[in-house]
Design a protein. Structure first.
Length: 270
């Protein structure tokens, strides 16, 4: 894995991107958190060779986390990255100090139906035409995934936005394979049941304007994670650090909670 590093002092935080298959867009979050923490942002394994799986991503992440033993890092994940953080903590509950779940993805069919219904209602005729034209162009799948993300970004946001989402390279095959395996594990009853093994404190941050239904996702996870804390902003979508109304509170709340769970930032060798 490529690993981007930010900050030279403080407790360690591993920042997990979403997509899956969409690395790089969390750089603004990593830079802000690096004021208080040493942040590592792994670019999850790309497609190629054998199909990707949740187990493969968890194994890759374990190699990175194990470098820090006995100093356990916190995991902070966005969307799919929050789901991966939970999967990792369930497999290795003794290696994680805390979990920060930002706009976590879905773990049940009802939440996914609500997500799709919300996106459908928000998609106007003009956007439908643009999406149809994009599909008709028969682009390279990775480029199409990136263009799709740009076109549909407003559906996921409350706005006005304080910044743009830096959409970089996308890996459509990695997205398809990783998500397919996550759905398989849910269908087989592995998740969210396995999350009962997690002992670390957990904070879930969500926007009321996120098409991912935060309260439904929280309620689905709560029976397995009694330690789960939940905070929701009214004027916020799927990317809290982009939303002008909550951006400052998102960073303050995230850093404050992580500091309380990890301890005060301390000088460490780089």
């Amino acid at each position: 894995m490529k690993v981007a590093e930010y900050g030279r002092t403080g407790p360690r935080v591993v920042l997990l991107h979403g997509g899956p298959g969409a690395p790089g867009y969390l750089r603004p979050v990593a830079e802000q958190l690096s004021r208080d923490f040493r942040v590592l942002e792994p670019w999850q394994r790309p497609s190629g060779g054998e199909p990707l799986s949740v187990a493969r991503h968890v194994e890759d992440l374990d190699r990175l986390v194990s470098r820090f033993a006995p100093s356990r890092p916190a995991l902070a994940g966005h969307s799919w990255g929050a789901m991966l953080a939970l999967a990792y903590a369930a497999a290795h509950p003794d290696k994680v100090a805390a979990l920060l779940l930002i706009a976590c993805g879905t773990f049940d069919p009802a939440s996914r139906r609500r997500l799709q219904d919300t996106l459908e209602k928000r998609t106007g005729s003009r956007l439908r035409r643009r999406l149809s034209a994009l599909r008709a162009r028969s682009l390279d799948p990775d480029r199409e995934m990136a263009e799709m993300a740009r076109l549909t970004l407003p559906l996921y946001c409350h706005g006005p936005l304080a910044a743009d989402l830096p959409i970089g390279q996308c890996d459509a095959r990695a997205h398809r394979e990783s998500w397919r395996d996550m759905l398989r594990l849910q269908d087989e009853g592995v998740y969210p049941d396995a999350f009962a093994a997690i002992t670390a404190p957990i904070l879930m941050l969500h926007g009321a304007g996120d098409p991912h239904p935060g309260r439904m996702i929280r309620d689905n996870l709560a029976p397995y994670l009694p330690q789960l804390e939940y905070h929701e902003w009214d004027r916020c979508g799927h990317y809290p650090w982009l939303e002008a109304a909550v951006r400052d509170d998102f960073f303050a709340r995230s850093a404050g909670w992580l500091t309380r769970r990890l301890g005060r930032p301390e000088e460490e060798a780089s």
